[in-house]
Design a protein around this ligand. Structure first.
Ligand SMILES: Nc1ncnc2c1ncn2[C@@H]1O[C@H](COP(=O)(O)OP(=O)(O)O)[C@@H](O)[C@H]1O
Ligand SMILES: [Mg+2]
Length: 289
């Protein structure tokens, strides 16, 4: 019997991200499934036929341990979904810049390197942005993410400097569509579109994550969304089995905010057909090995 590990973290319950629906499906299809905390040193990763990176949501706070774990998986030649090389590429949002060079429309972004003496007000002035979002380049779940604008930016310089002292940081044009419509997530499995979710926050917070009061709705999306998201994915050179494309729409055009190839929630609870699509990919993988 093939053994599959769902890599999770200490803080995430075993059923995080509706993954129990996927594990149940895989068990029904004859796989053995185990939830395993990524930084639990007792786990023998090479004992698994496949490791699915799922709810490993605490890695931005412990990058050194995370990098070591990825290295260990590589050294032990563990089969990892998505592959380790893809995960490394996708960890730092500098990938947005790379995709932009290939013609992908991204939310306008300025990158600031860790330790540089950048001034936040100067950046806003240079870009002619009234309002912007500050966030770390390695992040998830709106970690250290805040809004700024020309009226308040000077008071935020100290906090900005503290963040830049610790991490690479990005400043993005604030996209008001986040509060009027929401953020779209389009799920692709094996390169094929599966389902789409609209995430918005009725509390008015610009962060649409559930832990900030956000809600998720499964939605029918126009074909043009699927084809634009598919074009975005085509621009990615690294191998992937699953992808979540997070975008904001303006006048019919999608702007990439984040491409998730590591540990995205895949909203299986809202679109159970997605479970089968994801699971079929795993069955196919083992049948061709
Ligand atoms: N440029 C932006 N305009 C409007 N809202 C934003 C912007 N950037 C981030 N946000 C809000 O902050 C959240 C977290 O940012 P995101 O880029 O998705 O990083 P992560 O999910 O990796 O923490 C988004 O889901 C969105 O609600
Ligand atoms: Mg996000």
């Amino acid at each position: 019997m093939k053994k599959i590990a769902f890599a999770t973290c200490n803080d995430a319950p075993a059923h995080a991200a509706d993954d129990h629906l996927l594990s149940k499906y895989l068990q029904k299809e004859g796989f053995e499934v185990e939830y395993a905390v990524w930084n639990n040193a007792a786990i023998v990763w090479e004992a698994f036929d496949l490791v699915l990176i799922r709810s490993t949501w605490d890695y931005p706070q412990q990058m050194e341990a995370w990098q070591k774990w990825l290295q260990l998986l590589e050294e032990k030649r563990v089969n990892v979904w998505n592959p380790v090389e893809t995960i490394r590429w996708n960890m730092h949002k500098a990938y947005l810049e790379e995709l932009k060079k290939k013609g992908v429309p991204i939310v306008p972004t300025v990158f600031v390197e860790k330790g540089s003496g950048a001034n936040l007000k100067d950046i806003l002035e240079e870009q002619e942005w009234w309002k912007a979002v500050v966030k770390p380049c390695v992040s998830l779940g709106a970690f250290h993410t805040w809004q700024t604008d020309m009226a308040t930016v000077e008071q935020q310089q100290v906090a900005f400097e503290a963040l830049v002292a610790e991490r690479d940081v990005m400043i993005q044009l604030f996209m008001p569509e986040i509060q009027t419509v929401g953020e779209w997530s389009l799920m692709f499995f094996g390169g094929e579109f599966s389902h789409a979710v609209l995430k918005s926050n009725p509390t008015g917070d610009f962060r649409i994550q559930e832990h900030h009061g956000g809600l998720n709705h499964v939605m029918q999306v126009p074909n043009s969304f699927v084809s634009q998201a598919s074009d975005i994915l085509q621009a990615v050179d690294l191998p992937h089995h699953y992808a979540r494309i997070d975008v904001l729409e303006r006048a019919g055009k999608l702007f990439l905010m984040e491409l998730e190839l590591i540990e995205p929630s895949l909203f299986f609870g809202l679109a159970e057909e997605g479970v089968k699509r994801f699971g079929e990919g795993i069955k196919l993988y083992f049948s061709t090995m």
